[in-house]
Design a protein. Structure first.
Length: 263
């Protein structure tokens, strides 16, 4: 018997997606603070301390759960939405930046998925949003996500957001995939996550891809993003915080004056 609430959903949009969750009477879902978009009048919104799974007993358990969420970059509070009316009602949540919303049925994924910090968007009530420590020193320091990542546990639906295009790969036993450290969104618990030095002095110094690869070794399922939020932010800052690079233009800054962008 399922411990988490069973919910139905639809994902709308392409580059800026929203997920619409349909709730039966007395069914609930939980969402990260700030992700709410719209809901029917009969849905009740309640702010909870911790992850909203209901698995923590007493104030101390809730405090520990909230502390874990704070470590992974999330809010101390989570918001629960419950259908208090008759018949199906819907609530929608929006992605925070361009990319894709990934639905994950934890029951079919071994009951646990490890994902990057800030990836969690919303889930069925009862899904546990916790922390996962990297056991390997090198992975924790150079893996792109630090020693602490998020973990989603349960047997219900959870929704994760990633930047740009999302690629889903099923790795066979022993199969290895080398990935940019910032492009790893999530992976199932059977996947071995490690890091490896980029080989060659020229590659390390002039390659522009950093000093390390993320190494994902099967078996298991992995999700990869084409546009990490850090990469997007660095490009925005490069254009907004100083002189623009005039790639391919022989006019340089003069071209900006001529095309109206010399501000």
């Amino acid at each position: 018997m399922l411990k988490n609430h069973e919910i139905d959903y639809r994902i709308h949009g392409e580059e800026m997606q929203i997920v619409e969750i349909e709730l039966d009477p007395q069914e609930s879902c939980v969402a990260e603070s700030g992700s709410f978009m719209m809901m029917n009048q009969e849905i009740k919104m309640e702010t909870l301390f911790g992850d909203g799974s209901g698995q923590q007993q007493g104030f101390l358990g809730k405090l520990m759960s909230a502390g874990k969420r704070l470590i992974t970059g999330e809010s101390l509070f989570i918001t629960a939405f419950t259908n208090m009316g008759q018949g199906k009602k819907s609530v929608s949540f929006a992605a925070p930046y361009p990319g894709k919303i990934i639905p994950m049925d934890l029951k079919l994924l071994g009951g646990k998925v490890i994902c990057q910090k800030d990836a969690f968007l919303c889930a069925a009530r009862g899904v546990n949003v916790g922390i996962e420590f990297q056991r390997k020193l090198g992975t924790g320091i150079f893996g792109g996500e630090g020693f602490i990542m998020q973990k989603l546990e349960g047997d219900g639906l959870a929704f994760v957001h990633a930047g740009g295009l999302v690629i889903e790969r099923e790795l066979q036993p022993g199969e290895v995939l080398k990935v940019d450290t910032g492009c790893v969104v999530a992976y199932t618990q059977q996947v071995d996550f490690d890091v490896e030095f980029v080989r060659g002095i020229k590659n390390m110094v002039f390659g522009g891809e950093g000093l390390f690869f993320a190494i994902l070794r099967g078996p298991g399922k992995v999700w990869l993003q084409s546009l990490p939020i850090s990469r997007l932010a660095s490009r925005v800052l490069a254009y907004g915080g100083g002189a623009r690079k005039e790639e391919g233009s022989i006019l340089g800054g003069l071209g900006n004056l001529l095309d109206g962008d010399g501000r």
